[in-house]
Design a protein around this ligand. Structure first.
Ligand code: UT7
Length: 324
């Protein structure tokens, strides 16, 4: 019998502190109008002092576990997609494991920047199918604000902090017969583009954390084509077409990129989940955050065909096709 993983619950968490465009305009030469028009962001959330990526991850994880009706005792794989771990090591996932009171199972981080969550879902899918565990907590969590140069208006207005999580296990025979579960993943990268979006520090290069640098228009130029390519690839692997999709849940980086990808795919705007206005680009957290909103408000229902998609630093890009 074919094995297939399935998502049992979703949760999202945004830190309390909201930073508006108007507040940013007090410190850098920007405006609410420019940010809304060019990127579609109204506000972002910023983690409190002493609140780390693993803390955000735990908040989202608890919500996802609540939605899936499981407890930490039921989890034996933790994967955290993050580009902003609490420490260079250990993995943020092991800190999540500790904070959830777990001594059992395995935990690791995945670093694929904004595509991290899509990579993590594909990794959990493989681990579950290969019997490395029975239930996975897959989290995208970032304190991206800590990588920002707050004097650089070309980057500091774009990002925010947050976390989203899902619980995954293997679908039952009846669920597989109903066509439910993760149908296909498509993952890509091309390291030749590394310096179009990167952080100018690291343990092996400078011994410091560094700040984000981005050739924004260059990233933009690549984004729509790469996103649509990988979406078509996941559709082909999953034996579906664009017309079959009920929901498109893209990486929330820029409203214009989301609209561009939706248009190129020929998707009606009402099938596209957009939350970038509320939390800006939260890197690996953005896809599960958007997913958590669309599940919580009842848009995504059992049986719906859902496409997750992300593209980011590396470049990395990827998509997951899921029958909910
Ligand atoms: O998550 C990973 C993926 N990342 C992305 O998807 C980001 C992709 N890139 C983008 O979203 C866009 O390229 C940006 C939002 C970063 C920039 O938008 P753009 O339409 O490509 O603007 P631009 O960089 O071409 O800049 C246009 C103008 C420039 O001024 P001049 O040279 O025309 O006088 C910039 O200096 O806008 C200026 N500008 C700003 N003005 C007000 C740049 N940042 C700002 C700002 N406020 N914050």
């Amino acid at each position: 019998m074919t094995q297939r993983s399935i998502i049992r619950g979703v949760g999202g968490y945004l830190p309390e502190r909201i930073l508006t465009n108007a507040e940013l305009a007090l410190t850098v030469d920007t405006s609410d109008e420019w940010i809304q028009q060019r990127v579609g962001i109204k506000e972002r959330h910023i983690a409190a002092e002493g609140q780390f990526t693993s803390d955000l991850a735990v908040e989202a994880a608890r919500k996802a576990m609540g939605a899936a009706n499981v407890t930490p005792a039921d989890i034996d794989i933790i994967i955290v997609a993050t580009t902003t771990p609490d420490y260079t090591f250990p993995a943020a996932a092991t800190l999540v494991q500790m904070k959830l009171g777990m001594h059992h199972g395995m935990a690791l981080d995945i670093q694929a920047v904004c595509s991290g969550f899509v990579y993590a879902v594909a990794t959990a899918d493989s681990y579950l199918k290969n019997g490395l565990g029975t239930r996975a907590l897959v989290i995208g969590a970032e304190t991206f604000s800590r990588l920002l140069d707050w004097t650089d208006r070309t980057t500091c207005v774009l990002f925010g902090d947050g976390a989203g999580a899902v619980v995954m296990d293997l679908a039952t025979d009846a669920e597989i017969a109903a066509g439910r579960g993760l149908l296909a993943s498509a993952l890509r990268s091309d390291g030749h583009h590394w310096d179009k979006l990167y952080v100018d520090g690291g343990p092996s290069s400078t011994g410091t954390t560094g700040h984000v640098h981005m050739q924004g228009p260059e990233v933009f130029r690549h984004a729509v084509g790469k996103i649509t390519d990988v979406v078509y690839s996941a559709l082909e692997k999953g034996g579906a077409t664009v017309d079959d999709l009920d929901w498109f849940v893209p990486h929330q980086a820029n409203r214009r990129i989301i609209d561009g990808a939706g248009n190129k795919l020929g998707l009606p705007p009402e099938k596209v989940v957009v939350t970038v206005d509320l939390h800006a680009n939260t890197s690996a957290a953005s896809v599960p955050l958007a997913l958590s909103v669309a599940v919580a408000d009842g848009r995504i229902k059992q049986g719906d065909l859902v496409m997750l998609e992300a593209m980011g630093g590396g470049f990395t890009w990827g998509a997951s096709l899921i029958r909910w």
